[in-house]
Design a binder for this molecule. Structure first.
Ligand SMILES: [Zn+2]
Length: 429
């Protein structure tokens, strides 16, 4: 029998349909029925990921989100985790793009300029891809995007250096669409301590003023990267739910980037959400130890390669990758993400845990996970451990949406027009 062109087209369409359903790789040894059920739940759910650093290559490498980034590497040698197709395959509804500014700007200046570049790059990606992407700033807009089958791009500042000690700048960042601010990165600001840099004893008086102004505007206070004292000070002052956009639990891995149990308990009372970071060194003590040891061991070799390829970015990236591949370390599996979810559920409750991948901000992901397309693995593992569909949906996005709606309510009619005098809210000299 001769197959007609029409028949061939039908077969091709059928093949494309099937391969799009199974675009995610089923985890090895998985129960196919349970995997199918997980994909079904995941597809229905609103999935909000708290933190993605792909914004940096948008600005620095002219990266285009339409580019198929599977198997591609950043200039620094780390693999890409994100592009539009991968976000769609991963079932993402809302992705917070990090407006990341390094703590080195405390010395060099230029923090606000850098943030504006990143905000513009984010908007331009949305403008170039109106069929797949949409800019969102509210919980309601995220829900609407789900109905439109679009991926919401949200923005969060990573590193309070951006506001350059100015509440005027903070308000302007809000107006530009920024909806959270990680108070510090790894270096303290003039008003908040970081997890690796404690100089003020938490938040200064001005730092507390920043928190109050964020409450008034309707911008999440993000406690990822800050010191434990800063976390507690923020919780003392904030009248709105706070988040950790990309932090895991110290109860599972005692790392300074993770959140301790006593803070988890306070976040439960505050109504906030701890969004679990996927970086294996934050998830697992053994991976962290082996990665640190490898860095120390290869320091001189990496420096030599850096010198050798100083005018050849591609050569540098390849040489670094080869050296690391020749010195493998233990990489914790993706199921460890759900160990952290379990722990936060146990300590703070199921209403206070979410996901904050840190895609494109970390050098490697847990074993079994390659990028945004693999988010359904988290759903599968939760389902396997007996989480109900309702609870899975809470973790994937509903908790963040609830906290965001509450934050918007706290801001309410005090937004922008503001109470109190401008003078009072200006930076103390
Ligand atoms: Zn970070």
């Amino acid at each position: 029998m001769k197959t007609s062109a029409f028949g061939l087209t039908l077969i091709a369409i059928l093949f494309l349909f099937i391969s799009s359903i199974f675009a995610q790789t089923m985890p090895s040894g998985a129960d196919p029925a349970l995997w199918a059920k997980a994909l079904k739940i995941h597809k229905k759910a609103i999935v909000v990921d708290g933190h993605n650093d792909v914004t940096s290559p948008l600005v620095d490498e002219d990266f285009d989100l339409r580019t198929n980034s599977i198997g591609k590497f950043h200039a620094g040698g780390d693999p890409f985790h994100t592009d539009i197709a991968r976000l769609k395959t991963g079932g993402v509804t809302g992705e917070f793009f990090a407006i990341y500014v390094s703590g080195s700007t405390m010395k060099t200046g230029g923090a606000m300029h850098r943030a504006v570049d990143m905000i513009d790059a984010t908007y331009r990606e949305v403008e170039r891809n109106p069929d797949s992407l949409v800019s969102c700033t509210t919980a309601a807009e995220i829900r609407r995007a789900k109905k439109q089958n679009k991926v919401c791009i949200l923005m969060g500042i990573e590193g309070g250096y951006v506001i350059e000690d100015s509440l005027y700048a903070l308000r302007t960042m809000y107006r530009l669409g920024v909806r959270y601010m990680t108070l510090t990165h790894n270096v303290a600001t003039n008003w908040a301590d970081a997890h690796r840099d404690e100089r003020h004893g938490g938040l200064t008086d001005f730092g507390k003023e920043v928190v109050r102004e964020m409450n008034r505007l309707g911008m999440f206070i993000d406690i990822s990267h800050v010191s434990v004292k800063t976390m507690n000070d923020a919780l003392d002052v904030s009248t709105a739910p706070i988040i950790a956009s990309h932090s895991s639990a110290r109860g599972i891995n005692d790392h300074t980037r993770n959140v301790p149990d006593d803070v988890l308990k306070r976040v439960a009372k505050n109504g906030g959400v701890i969004m679990v970071n996927f970086y294996p060194s934050f998830l697992d003590a053994r991976t962290n130890k082996e990665e640190n040891e490898r860095s120390a061991k290869l320091r001189d070799q990496l420096a030599a390669i850096g010198e050798q390829y100083k005018n050849d970015a591609k050569g540098l990236e390849e040489a670094q990758r080869k050296l690391l591949a020749a010195n493998p370390i233990y990489v914790t599996p993706y199921t460890t993400i759900v160990d952290h979810i379990d722990h936060i559920k146990k300590v703070a409750g199921i209403d206070h845990v979410g996901i904050g991948s840190d895609f494109d901000g970390v050098p490697f992901l847990p074993a079994g996970m390659n990028g945004a397309e693999d988010l359904p693995l988290v759903t599968y593992e939760m389902l396997k451990r007996g989480y109900s569909e309702t609870d899975i949906k809470k973790v994937l996005g509903e908790n963040l949406l609830r906290a965001m709606a509450q934050m918007e309510k706290v801001a309410g009619d005090r937004q922008i027009s503001g109470q109190g005098s401008l003078k009072k809210l200006a930076l103390p000299k």
